[in-house]
Write a protein that binds this ligand. Structure first.
Ligand code: AMP
Length: 274
């Protein structure tokens, strides 16, 4: 497995490869990331994984400095999986100057995550577009755990005519249902025991809707009240149209429940497709 820190050596290595799959990450890899990589391997002979904690997508008061960085362990795991190339640039390589060219995003980027993390999707799309231009893969894999991110990246690729196929990977969960996340490591033992209830609330809504309950507002309120009583602070927990990510209408067939909520100082996100 090759490891590059600079764009020149990466491009040199990629110049004769015409079947490349790419998986962008911020490192601190867990089984969720590894599922993306296994999926990437099914599509391409050559798999590139990037590890870069992207400052542009963190608000000033967020956990950029604290974000877990475990490069050596990550490389061991990637090597074992048979990844071909790790691209791990530093900030001077990717942002040698202030990044002044930024995308103007559609209004969907100001909802849900974007409402609570202003500028987040501008930071995400900027780094993803830069990495796409550097690596020029044929396919890139993103996790459904960050469903709105996957949606916005797909739209970016479509509207900007970027010749890369975007594929989603199912959410990988711990045995109690908690979606794996690098931020789970911030949880205390008690919080970790509580954390699976976010997913269980989403599951309950799914069961109700599948049983014919169309009272979306009531279902959302009940879940929010229940979690609030258990000590959660909810940013949003909402039933949306899965294709548009707009508020669901009772006639909509493809639904998704998306949630973001705090346990103490840790913010968790999750979703369930219906
Ligand atoms: P991150 O390192 O958090 O930026 O995540 C890198 C990629 O891994 C993103 O496409 C995430 O959606 C995906 N990912 C993170 N956690 C999971 C999970 N539990 N299941 C599936 N994909 C995940």
């Amino acid at each position: 497995m090759k490891i590059s820190n600079d764009i020149f050596s990466l491009r040199d290595d990629l110049k004769n490869k015409n079947n490349v799959a790419f998986v962008p990450t911020m490192g601190n890899l867990h089984e969720g990331h590894l599922a993306l990589i296994k999926q990437a391997k099914q599509h391409a002979e050559y798999v590139v994984v990037s590890i870069f904690v992207n400052r542009l997508q963190f608000l000033p008061n967020e956990d950029f400095d604290q974000y877990p960085r475990t490069f050596d362990g990550d490389c061991d795991a990637l090597n074992k999986l048979g990844v071909n190339h790790v691209f791990a640039p530093n900030e001077e390589i990717l942002y040698p100057d202030q990044q002044e060219f930024l995308l103007t995003l559609p209004s969907i980027a100001d909802t849900l995550e974007g409402k609570f993390r202003p500028g987040f999707f501008c930071g995400v799309t900027t780094i993803v577009l830069k990495l796409f231009n550097i690596i020029q893969p044929q396919i890139a894999i993103f996790g459904k755990k960050d469903f709105q991110q996957l949606h916005i990246v797909k739209e970016m690729v479509r509207q900007l005519n970027i010749p890369i196929k975007i594929e989603g990977c199912e959410i990988i969960r711990a045995s109690d249902g908690l979606a794996l996340s690098s931020r789970n490591g911030y949880l205390t033992e008690n919080q970790r025991n509580e954390a699976c209830n976010l997913y269980h609330s989403l599951q309950k809504i799914k069961q109700e809707i599948n049983a014919g309950n169309k009272s979306f507002d009531t279902l959302q309120e009940a879940a929010i009240n229940n979690l609030s009583q258990r000590g959660w602070k909810i940013d949003y927990l909402t039933i949306q149209n899965r294709n548009t990510l707009r508020t669901a209408n009772i006639k909509d067939k493809n639904l998704i429940v998306l949630a973001a909520a705090w346990l103490g100082k840790t913010r968790l996100i999750d979703n369930i497709e219906i």
